[in-house]
Design a protein around this ligand. Structure first.
Ligand code: HEM
Ligand code: HEM
Length: 154
């Protein structure tokens, strides 16, 4: 595996751990009383979906889609840029959503949106890189057919 693939998968595993622990704390109602509980739910939803689910999809995608295509990844450097955009975007979205639950400032507009934009740019880079990689995909090898049985002579 490339260091970038490992980076995506480790970020996914870390997000999963944080996301499910936060979910249990929410269910237990042990978190300090928030001004807007909706944003804690949203922080939980996004660390699980943007973090655990999407980062695993990116990591596994970068590893196997070029192999399935029989082509090298279109641009390795771009995948590393994406990793950092998505890590910074994810951490920013998660921390800002948690902070929004305890603040009256318009953090959705001034923090979640800019960090979300970084994450979104990372996703567009993935889409472009994968599009270019699979566009040159080789056709799947023809399956080997069993040899026809010789006619039975009487
Ligand atoms: C130990 C595991 C988990 C626990 C204990 C847990 C707990 C919770 C709780 C208490 C809520 C708030 C429900 C409400 O107030 O209506 C919630 C919402 C949510 N959870 Fe989890 N969760 C867990 C794992 C996950 C995972 C793995 C995902 C996604 C991959 C996920 C996605 C969501 C989403 C999207 C919402 C928001 C749903 C909505 O819009 O109302 N959760 N979870
Ligand atoms: C750049 C990335 C993203 C940003 C900035 C973003 C932002 C937001 C915002 C601002 C809300 C409304 C929050 C609220 O008022 O509580 C929301 C809701 C939601 N988003 Fe995202 N989102 C992003 C990507 C995604 C993706 C990729 C998924 C799924 C894989 C997702 C799943 C959800 C769900 C399930 C809800 C409703 C859950 C809840 O807040 O209770 N989002 N998102």
């Amino acid at each position: 595996m490339s260091p970038t693939v490992i980076g995506f998968i480790k970020t996914s595993l870390l997000s999963l751990a944080v996301g499910v622990v936060l979910g249990v704390l929410m269910a237990l109602r042990v978190l300090p009383d928030p001004k807007a509980a909706l944003y804690i739910t949203s922080a939980h939803a996004h660390i699980n979906l943007l973090g655990a689910v999407m980062m695993l999809i990116f990591g596994v995608g970068y590893h196997i889609l070029p192999r399935f295509s029989g082509r090298p990844l279109h641009n390795e450097g771009l995948s590393t840029v994406q990793l950092w955009l998505n890590i910074i975007g994810l951490a920013g979205i998660f921390i800002s959503l948690l902070a929004a639950a305890y603040s009256t400032a318009d953090l959705l507009r001034y923090a979640v949106a800019p960090f979300g934009a970084l994450y979104a740019v990372g996703c567009v880079l993935f889409a472009w890189n994968m599009w270019m990689t699979i566009s040159g995909a080789l056709p799947a090898p023809t399956p080997i057919k069993p040899a026809a049985k010789p006619p039975v002579s009487e």
